[in-house]
Each structure stands twice: as C-alpha cells, then as structure tokens.
Design a protein around this ligand. Structure first.
Ligand code: SAH
Length: 217
C-alpha cells in the first residue's frame, strides 16, 4: 500500500502524531493545528517511506538531506512564536514540509535551499499542493537581504555559528531560531532583537541537524 493523496488513514495517523507531540511537551495550539493539517507523507520522494511519514522520525529526502523529525519541526516552530501575517525567512527548504507548516499558520514565507535539485523539486511540490511560499536557490549564510527585515527567521540546518547577516535581517522585536554547533550535535538557540535593537540569546537543548554548508550545489 502507498499513500498518495490525503485520505482518512493519513488524517488519522496525523491526529495520533499530534497527540504524541502533545505528550512530548508541545503546547502551542497553532503549531499542533498546522501539524494536524499538513500531509507530511506528500513530502516524501520515496513512496515506500510514505507509510512511515507519521512516525516521529527524520527520513532521507535525497541529496544526502533529511526531512526533520516532527518533534523538531514543532519545537522550532513553537520557539519561533509565529503569528498570522508574520514575514518569515526559512534557511534550508529541504522537502518543504517546514515551509508548509509555516504557511499553514498564516505566515508569509521566504525560504532558501543550497541544493538546486531539492530547490526545483520542492518548488513544484509546494506549488502543486497550493502552498504559497517564495523559494530561492542560494546560500542561507547570506540570508535574503532583498526582502528584509523579517519578523521571524528559522534555520533548519546545523550552523557552525550565528551568521551576522541573519541577525541584521531581523526586524526590531524579531526572533531568530537556529541550531548552533560544529559537531554532530547542536544547541537550539533563540535570539531576540529588542525594540532598541539590542540582542539577547537563550539556549533550548540539544538537537542533530544536517550541516549548514556555504557553497551552493
Ligand atoms: N526544513 C527542511 C529540513 C531539511 S534539512 C524540511 O522540513 O524538510 C536542511 C536543509 O538545509 C537541507 O536541504 C540542506 O541542503 C539545506 N542547507 C544546508 N546548508 C544550507 C545553506 N547554507 N543555505 C541554504 N540551505 C542550506
């Protein structure tokens, strides 16, 4: 059996996943609602893996990259405190699942991916699913200055340090969520830019992401 469209079976599996995320400590109703809506199985290239799409696990998506674990997506999105209408920049489009979750929450999303094949396939996937987001092939270390400032910036790959251009592209009152660390494990960092433009930093536990790399492919 493979799942293609969105049917009662995948909807039921999503409800279970949402409950699992609640049990693991995700409380933001807007985040849980978006995870309950977005058909994660449709973001898998490999149809055999679609059966596992509602397990709380990361999976390969091609180009040596992964679709993040649902808990990680929920945790980062909750930390980001996304509000309807926010301008959000995502670094690391990958499968586009996180992009779709942000769009389902009513955010206006720009997203950058360094792998051209992923950028191309995800752009057509999101288009065909009806999600509105502006996707770019480029280097997330530079952000996307042409559309700055952003209310929220989310990095979904492990960064060796906090890139200065991303902090610069945050609006006063804005929030940047970024996993930081050079090894296989990163600290989840939340940076806030106050109204007076001073910057504060908090840490929220350890995660494992694919590395953020500079040269585009
Ligand atoms: N948000 C994605 C997660 C994909 S994994 C999802 O939900 O599927 C992280 C992605 O970051 C990978 O696709 C990787 O190619 C991309 N990436 C790594 N370094 C990057 C950079 N410097 N700029 C943009 N994207 C980058």
């Amino acid at each position: 059996m493979t799942l293609s469209g969105d049917d009662y079976r995948s909807q039921g599996a999503r409800r279970k996943l949402v409950q699992e995320l609640r049990n693991k400590g995700i409380t933001a109703a807007s985040v849980l609602e978006a995870i309950g809506q977005v058909p994660r199985h449709m973001f898998f290239e490999d149809t055999a893996l679609r059966l596992h799409a509602y397990e709380d696990k990361p999976f390969p998506i091609g180009c040596g990259q992964t679709i993040s674990q649902p808990f990680t997506v929920a945790f980062q999105t909750q930390l980001l405190e996304v509000r309807r209408g926010d301008r959000v920049l995502e670094v690391g489009t990958g499968s586009g699942y996180q992009t779709a979750v942000l769009a389902a929450m009513g955010a206006k999303v720009w997203s950058i991916e360094r792998h051209r094949p992923l950028f191309l396939s995800t752009r057509s996937r999101l288009e065909s699913m009806g999600y509105k987001a502006s996707l770019y092939h480029g280097d997330g270390f530079l952000g996307l200055p042409g559309y700055a400032p952003y209310d929220r910036i989310l990095v979904t790959c492990g960064a060796p340090f906090v890139p200065e251009p991303l902090v610069d592209q945050l609006r006063a009152g804005g929030v940047l969520v970024i996993p930081v660390g050079e090894g296989p494990v990163q600290r989840m960092v939340r940076i806030r830019r106050a109204e007076d433009h001073s910057v504060s930093r908090e840490e929220h536990g350890d995660f494992r992401f694919v590395p953020m790399l500079a040269d585009r492919q």
